[in-house]
Every structure is written in C-alpha cells, then in structure tokens.
Design a protein around this ligand. Structure first.
Ligand code: IVH
Length: 695
C-alpha cells in the first residue's frame, strides 16, 4: 500500500476508534465487540510503528498507556480551581438560598450529584485534549495528561465544530465500584494493603508513574464545569449540554430547580437512590445557572458564593451481629472484629466490621445477636455505629470482653492512656511475631519477594524463624525441602533476602517495627541521626529534636533499645550486612557545614521538602523546632507567629528565601570532588538567575 493511502487509513481508523470509544465508555452502548475494537486498534498501532511521523499524541493507541515513568510537572491553572463550601443541614441550605434570592431575586438553580472522586481540569485546544491537571492547591496542580489519556470516557478529540478554540472543562475522575472491587481483590491476592475507598483509589491511580497501570484500573471521568473566555452559552446547563454533544460524559442526573422545595426534593430523592448508582457520591452540588448571576455573586478566597455542596450523611445499613473475633496485631494490640450477616453498603457487600475496643462495646452496649447499624468511614473495614434497641432480644446479656489472649492465653493488660487491651507476650505470642516478620518483609520495608504470609507461617511451623533476624540465616537446602516450597521458591527467597541488604537505612529503620515509627517518622529520624547507633544512643530530648518526633515516639524508641532481645536481633541484622546508616548523597557544597537550620512557612520557588533537601545537599542539618541550637531560620510566607516570637526571644537569626538561596549559591564549588564535566555544567548555571519569583 502506498504511504499516502496508509496515512488516510490511519485517520480513518482514528475516527472509527474514537467513535466506538464514545459508544462504549460514554454512551454505554457498544456497537462492535471488544475483539473487533482490538483488531482496529492493532491495525492502527502497526501503521504507527511503521510511520511514527504520522502518529498523533492523542491517538487512540495512547489509551493503552505506556510503561515509561515520568515525574509529574507542576503547572499553573489558567483559572484557579476553587473548592465548594459544604453544608450538612437543610437550615443552612435554606440560608444560602435566601441570601442569593435577597441579592439577585428569583434565580434558576442547577442540582447535580457530588461525585466522590478526584478533581481534574482538562484543556482542549482546537478540539484536541492538550493537558490534564489535578487540582493540587487550586493554583497549581500536577500535569497527568498521559495518565488521563488512558481513560476511555475522556474524549481525545471533540465532535462537531462549535466548541471554543481554547477552553477548560472540569470534572471528577472516579473509580466505579466494579473497578474498585476488582482492584482490591487483586491487591488482596498479592498481599498488598487494601484501598480504603474509591476516592483514594482514583486519586492514587491518577498519580501512578506508569500509564499502563492506569489504563488497566478502569477509571471513569464525568465533567461538570466549563471555564474559558469564549463559552458558547450564558448558562451552566446549556454549556454542559453542548459539552455532551462534543463527546464528554455529562451526568444525566441533573435538574433545574426554582425553589427550595424543588432542591430539597432532588436531595431527598438522591439521598436514597444513590445506593443504586454504580459509583460513589457524597452529596448534591447546587449551583446558580446563569453566568451573569454567578459573576454578580462572586467568590470568597476559597469558594464561589454561587455554589454549595450539600453533603449526605454517611450511608448506613442495618444487619445482625453474629459473633465477635479478637485479632492480635504485631504490637500485641487486641482488636475486636464483628462478624455480620452479609449486607449491601455503599456498593459493596459487608460481612465484617470493626468495633475498635472494649470501651466502644460498652459505650454502644453492643450484644451478640443485636441488630446493628454499620457505616463506612475513611477506613477499609466499616464500623458499628449504633444498636437498634427496638429489635433486641429480651434475653440478651451484656457483652463480656475477653480477659486472656485468644492466641497464647496470656492475661491481657491495659496501658495508661490506651483504649486497647494488649497481650504482653511480645516474644512468645505467635501472631505478634509473625505480624512483625510480615511487616519487616513488606514492600515498603525490606521488600523481600517470595516471603508472603503463608511462607512465613510455614517457616514458623517448621521452626526456621523465630524473629526477623532469622530471615538472614536461612539455609537454602533446608528451605528447599519444606513442603510446598521446592527449589525454585527457595532460591527466590534467598535471592530476595540477599537483595534486601541494599535497602536504604530509612526503610530498615521502618522495618524494625518500633512502635509508632511509621514510614515518614523513619525518614525524618534517618535524615536527622544518620546512623542506627546514633538513634539507639539518643536521649528522649535528643530524639524529640527530629522532625515529627514527639515524646510518645521518643519513649517508644528508647524502650525498644532498652530491651536486650531487640539488641540481640539488631546485632544479628548488623552482622548480616543490613544498611545501618544513611548513604551520603552527593554534596553540592559545604556552605552550611555544621549549621542547624529550621525551614518554616511556604515558599514561592519550591516546596518545603525541596528546601530541606537543599539544606542537606549543602552540608546543613534540618531541625524541626526552634531552640538555642538553631543557627538560623529560613522563613517563607506565613511562618507561625509563635515560632517567630520564640526565635526573637532566643536571638536566632531569621532569613528569607532569597537570602538563603544567595547563601548556597555564592560558594566556590570547585573545592568539591566533582568530575570536570559537572564543574563546567555548574559553573555555567551559576550565572543564570534563580528560577521562579524569588525576588
Ligand atoms: S463544581 C468552583 N460540581 O467537589 C466549584 N464539584 O468539595 C467547582 N465535585 O473540588 C466544582 N461533584 O472535586 C462541582 N457536580 C459537581 C461536583 C464537584 C464533585 C467535587 C470537586 C470539588 C469538590 C469540592
């Protein structure tokens, strides 16, 4: 076939595929089979491989994503992305309506569903998607265009010809319940932590580095707001209808309302009916329809005055409490978990619910066989919020909480200030030990492949591991003879263990499982103290100097290193060759050598974390709090007044962002060990003005 003919075929295929994507993803009424669609897509992909010069960045082939990772560039919104003011009560809603009527007179309102996902702003230039940006802080967001292209319902090219040459359309990226359930089933099978709700899942997916993963996750996108200088109509609803014709997915569940009664009816209807929607909603958004009226009403600093979100009460379901299990966590904490008669709640079937602790059981007076209300909060497992007393059996008895560990039989204890009961048998209670080992090997800790929950259980049963350090002294031959393992899995484990010796110190510290030392705290501790020995030696006061470390965490660290059994484990890990200190990053200069610095407030040129990284790159040390040890504070916008006062009292110098930048850019960089190439590149950079609006 000739080159010209191939080019024509490519446009024909593109048009066909766009048409069928719209049928499938937006209209939910496919006209061809998945197989036929894939065949067309493959044909286009083959042609693009042959003629890369004809391939378009908005080609339907881009919907499958790529595995190239890319950092997300932070970009400025052309029009700020405001949020909405919330109301939870009919009275407040009435006041909002009255205020508008007072100011404007009778107006048309538009009621829409409030989709529970993550906000997105799409820019179209000459009918083609050119940019997709997250909300970010409302002024700037992350450019996630490559990921958004993989979402089938986002049109890559618009239909018709009456769209503005340049405009933005905003909406919500959502993860429908079917996709969410599938994702969590996959994560469960892979031993990965479950996602709490479709909102988190959608937001997390959108920030995935690989767009191929995004393409597989089944996201959807519904649009609800246009922004631009040349929108064709003077009302919100007319523009949304136009956007639907251009190919966008616009919700059908929208109504024009002219009175408070009509608005209340819409809310009441959807408060009940939303249970039947295939995606999560958390309220109704009420907007003034006319743009002229919207302009007249204006905005506050945060939100428009012409729109409000009425939030639904959390959905709840009534079901029977069948029994209560008691789980023992890696810290020994006992968590009661309710087994329920299965019930449908917010799109998923619920069989278990958490009850937190004994106090909660007593407070709600939860009894076996009660009918109970369950709700989904921010957590993965729903919780019991109330007992339906009218349905209680007259012979029921108050719940008797357990007094002994269900796993090892030790008598349970309660620590001061803690609501939970604990099993104190840390070194002899199996779920605690296995839990600590599971924590140690997980992806965000030592990331040892091949050592899942079942294998750890198997090693435990065969007496091969009793604590985390045993992992590094496993015998490959012995491993291979274990039932269900075999040589291949055994060598995978040994290889995973070997590789984990390169895991950076901050993750080793997190993996140790010291109480309250999560991933972030471990990072701060590692960057502050640099070695495990320094942390082990530090006093409570010294520990509390590190960012985000309060006395509770400091106490837990001191307690950990005061325990001989832990010291023995730590020493065996050291002998095995784990990273016990921060590997030095490339120093850019010694300008801040020996200086203790506090970074405080908001900066114009970069984030606070970037500023802190600069301190380290130039040899300084970041401190969290203002004290006499601090050499100077770099103050951005809105540094807290208390901090400022303290600094002034102690006579600690306060400098601004520009002075700080000057401090680290003035130094003679040649005194450092750099390759010639690096020195030349840096010397060239030195003459450039500092980027951003610093001065
Ligand atoms: S309008 C200036 N309409 O709710 C107002 N927002 O809590 C622009 N949301 O950031 C937003 N459904 O992410 C609007 N039908 C809807 C919405 C909606 C969900 C989200 C949106 C916004 C958040 C505010």
């Amino acid at each position: 076939m000739s080159r010209h003919k191939d080019k024509l075929r490519m446009s024909e295929l593109t048009e066909l595929l766009d048409y069928h994507s719209h049928k499938y993803y937006v209209e939910n009424s496919p006209e061809i089979s998945d197989f036929e669609f894939d065949t067309l897509l493959r044909e286009l992909q083959n042609l693009e491989d042959r003629y890369p010069e004809f391939a378009d960045s908005n080609s339907p082939t881009k919907r499958v994503g790529s595995d190239l990772t890319s950092a997300f560039e932070s970009v400025e919104h052309r029009f700020a992305m405001q949020s909405l003011s919330n109301t939870y009560s009919s009275e407040e809603l009435g006041e909002w309506i009255d205020r508008i009527v007072r100011e404007i007179g009778e107006v048309e309102f538009v009621c829409e569903l409030k989709f529970d996902g993550t906000a997105i702003s799409l820019t179209y230039e000459n009918g083609a998607l050119s940019r997709a940006v997250t909300r970010g802080d409302g002024q700037r967001g992350d450019d996630v265009t490559n990921n958004v292209r993989t979402i089938g319902s986002v049109p890559l090219r618009l239909r018709g010809n009456d769209y503005p040459a340049l405009f933005e359309i905003r909406g919500e990226i959502i993860m429908p319940y079917v996709s969410f359930d599938r994702l969590n089933r996959e994560r469960e099978a892979a031993g990965e932590p479950l996602l709490a709700n479709p909102r988190n899942a959608a937001a997390g997916t959108l920030k995935q580095q690989s767009s191929q993963i995004v393409a597989r996750r089944g996201l959807d996108c519904t649009l609800y707001q246009l922004a631009g200088d040349n929108l064709p109509f003077a009302t919100h609803v007319e523009n949304l209808e136009a956007a639907r014709r251009w190919g966008f997915k616009i919700s059908e569940h929208t109504a024009i309302c002219r009175s408070r009664e009509e608005i209340e009816r819409f809310i009441a209807h959807w408060d009940c009916e939303r249970k039947n929607l295939p995606y999560a909603t958390d309220g109704v958004v009420i907007k003034v329809n006319s743009y002229a009226h919207q302009r007249q009403l204006g905005s506050t600093a945060k939100a428009p005055r012409w729109a409000v979100a009425y939030k639904f009460q959390a959905e709840r379901a009534l079901t029977r409490l069948l029994s209560v299990d008691f789980q023992v966590g890696r810290t020994g904490a006992i968590t009661p978990v309710a087994n329920l008669e299965p019930v449908l709640l917010a799109g998923t079937i619920v069989k278990r619910a958490s009850i937190h602790n004994a106090d909660q059981i007593a407070l709600l007076d939860i009894r076996l066989s009660d009918m109970v209300y369950v709700e989904k909060g921010g957590e993965i497992i729903p919780k019991i919020t109330e007992v339906e007393l009218s349905e209680r059996d007259e012979n029921s008895r108050p719940f008797e909480y357990i007094t002994h560990c269900p796993e090892c039989g030790s008598e349970l204890v309660r620590y001061e200030g803690e609501a939970k009961h604990y099993c104190p048998n840390a070194s002899g209670c199996k779920p605690q030990i296995v839990g600590r080992i599971e924590h140690f090997v997980k992806r965000k800790a030592m990331d040892i492949e091949g050592l899942g929950g079942e294998t750890i259980e198997l090693l435990w049963q065969n007496g091969l591991i009793r604590n985390i350090s045993d992992i590094y002294y496993l015998d490959p031959v012995q491993l291979a003879t274990l039932p269900r393992l075999g040589e291949k899995s055994a060598s995978n484990i040994i290889e995973g263990v070997r590789l984990s010796k390169e895991v950076p110190f901050e993750r080793v510290l997190f993996a140790l499982g010291i109480r309250f030392v999560g991933e972030t705290t471990a990072k701060y501790l590692a960057s502050h103290f640099r070695t495990l020995d320094a942390i082990a030696k530090a006093t409570i006061e010294e520990l509390a100097e590190a960012e985000e470390v309060g006395t509770k965490i400091a106490d837990a660290i001191v307690e950990y290193f005061a325990n001989d059994a832990n010291i023995e484990i730590v020493e065996r890990l050291r002998s095995a060759g784990l990273q016990f200190q921060v590997k030095d990053k490339v120093r850019e200069s010694n300008a801040l050598e020996g200086k203790n610095v506090v970074i405080s407030g908001k900066f114009t040129g970069m984030s606070r974390d970037d500023m802190k990284a600069l301190v380290e790159k130039h040899g300084g040390k970041n401190l969290a709090a203002v004290s006499a040890n601090v050499d100077f504070i770099v103050a951005g916008d809105n540094m807290g007044p208390a901090k400022r006062q303290k600094a002034e009292k102690l006579g600690v110098k306060i400098i601004n962002e520009a002075e700080f930048m000057a401090m680290i850019s003035d130094v003679d960089k040649t005194e450092h060990d750099e390759s010639d190439e690096q020195s030349v590149a840096k010397a060239a950079n030195r003459d450039k003005p500092i980027q951003g609006t610093l001065f």
